[in-house]
Design a protein. Structure first.
Ligand code: NAP
Length: 488
């Protein structure tokens, strides 16, 4: 059985970022266990047509690895994936990679004070685990009656079937979230008939992207600080956008702009009515698109807002009995964000699972550790999601904190630490107080930001900068050494 000091699970932005920062901080005994055969995480797995990041390129990248060569202000999947692969090479992470290693179970060994990771390619032990599997890796496909009887082709947006030619086909798209609104305009001109099943309309605003000129790139490459200055301007501009989510009254103008965008692009009042959200701007993720509404206006596209009742061998049937003949169903129905599977397979001291600890709702200390689970760090753990800016900023704040925790253990000769329950309770109370009155809890929608109890275990109710400030200092008093863990 191989053993290393630190195991990183996942080789997406979180995992690669963790590996680079560990190396830079002098922690060299680590491995990155990745289920797929390449790095990149969601940017490797998702290949649907039209996939582009809706966060500006200068911000959706590591602060320690700015890329002066982004060709566009918003990057495509190919460019981001290439960027992550180049970071892997540039920072010497490849020798640490164990690709094709899917982690099944992570179990704390009380006697040895380490984690045992059982994977598809054997078992490993590690003193510290950094879980960087991301929130968007487990596709959610609704359990629609009769789905198993469908005679055509079914796939989820994150598992795109490029071998299935859509030309001339009758295609159903279920869901109208961030992924669907990107691939619908791509496939609409190709298919014979496209039926889009919408449960809730999203707020959509214009996408203001543009190519980055070769002159700008030359400046970024050669003028010290130029790209950092642009990045800082984007960073602070984005931070002000959080105000509208925290204080919904301030988002009225943004909402009006979204309404104007809809009115400009959809002349038919009946279709416009179907596409007008009845909840606060930002309650669900605000989407950016210039070609989504025009795609819906096409003659071969139909928007269906009646609830889906069942699927038959060659049709999707809505609750009113209307049958929509299709030969392909594409699910753009998102991911298990608030009900992920992995907590069931993480067993802490005494065999208690993370799922037990997270019943009825996910709680954490600083979105990064959980009381009762020593040496387990969660990249993008509970309450680290953002609606207004780049999650890479959140990851970097976490990595700063994790390195500080590892250095503290090294300095004090402590093998394992976990947050004290009181510190976690204080943090949870802070989150709850901050969430009250924000658009996520008071905006009048249900979203994947909320769990079955109406609590938001995913969103950070503040600025990326306030998260950074909270995690900047490691407070030893908020942690205790294992095994003298208090009952939680
Ligand atoms: P999503 O935003 O969660 O959207 C899922 C869609 O499926 C929603 O329209 C939802 O309707 C619908 N849906 C879910 N269950 C349904 C059911 N049983 N029946 C009918 N409709 C159902 O998922 P996503 O579009 O895959 O995006 C997930 C996340 O990925 C995004 O929020 C974003 O964070 C990330 N993403 C980012 C980018 C980017 O550019 N950075 C691009 C794509 C995705 P309701 O609204 O009614 O629930």
């Amino acid at each position: 059985m191989s053993s290393f000091d630190i195991a990183i699970i996942g080789a997406g932005f979180g995992g690669i970022g963790a590996a680079v920062r560990l190396k830079q901080a002098g922690f060299d005994d680590f491995s990155v266990l990745e289920q797929s055969d390449d790095v990149g995480g969601v940017w490797c797995a998702n290949t649907y047509p039209g996939l582009t990041c809706d966060i500006p390129s200068h911000l959706y990248s590591f602060s320690f690895a700015l890329n002066p060569d982004w060709p566009d202000t918003f990057s495509s999947r190919q460019e981001i994936w290439a960027y992550l692969r180049s970071c892997t090479d540039r920072f010497g992470i490849r020798p640490h990679l164990r690709l094709g290693h899917k982690v099944h179970e992570t179990t704390w060994d009380d006697r040895e004070q380490c984690w045992r990771l059982s994977t598809t390619r054997g078992t490993f032990t590690a003193r510290v685990v950094i879980n960087a599997i991301g929130a968007l890796s487990d596709p959610s496909i609704p359990d629609i009656p009769g789905l198993g009887s469908f005679q055509g082709t079914i796939f989820h947006s994150s598992r795109w079937r490029h071998d299935h030619d859509l030309t001339g086909r009758r295609v159903a798209v279920i869901g109208t979230g961030a992924s669907a609104i990107q691939f619908i305009p791509q496939i609409a001109p190709q298919v014979g008939k496209l039926t889009v099943f919408q449960r809730t309309p999203p707020w959509v605003v214009p996408r203001r992207g543009r190519p980055i000129s070769s002159m700008e790139r030359l400046v970024y490459r050669n003028v010290p600080g130029a790209q950092r200055l642009v990045r800082a301007a984007i960073y602070w501009g984005r931070e002000t956008m959080a105000l509208g989510f925290l204080y919904p009254n301030l988002s009225r103008r943004a909402q009006q702009k979204a309404v104007a965008h809809l009115e400009r692009q959809v002349p038919d009042p009946a279709l416009r009515a179907k596409l007008t959200p009845a909840y606060g701007f930002g309650c669900k993720r605000v989407l950016l698109s210039n070609d989504y509404y025009p795609a819906l206006v096409r003659d071969n596209v139909e928007l269906v807002v009646d609830r889906i009742g069942q699927v038959r061998p060659h049709a999707v049937v809505t609750a009113d009995g209307a049958e929509h003949a299709v030969d392909t169903i594409i699910f753009g129905t998102g991911f298990h964000v608030t009900d992920p599977a992995f907590p069931r397979y993480v067993r802490g001291p005494g065999g208690r699972t993370l799922a037990d600890a997270w019943t009825p709702t996910m709680r954490s200390y600083l979105g990064t550790m959980v009381a009762g689970f020593p040496n387990l760090f969660l990249m993008l753990g509970p309450n680290t999601g953002l609606g207004h800016t780049s999650v890479v900023l959140m990851m970097e704040s976490q990595l700063h904190h994790i390195i500080a925790a590892l250095r503290h253990m090294q300095r004090t000769g402590t093998r394992a630490i976990a947050p004290v329950p009181e510190a976690q309770e204080r943090f949870s109370a802070y989150i709850d107080a901050k969430l009250a009155g924000t658009v996520w809890t008071a905006g009048g929608c249900t979203s994947w930001y909320l769990d079955a109890n109406g609590h938001s275990p995913s969103i950070w109710p503040g600025f990326a900068n306030s998260f950074r400030r909270r995690l900047r200092r490691f407070q030893p008093a908020d942690y205790q050494a294992a095994p003298v863990l208090k009952e939680v």
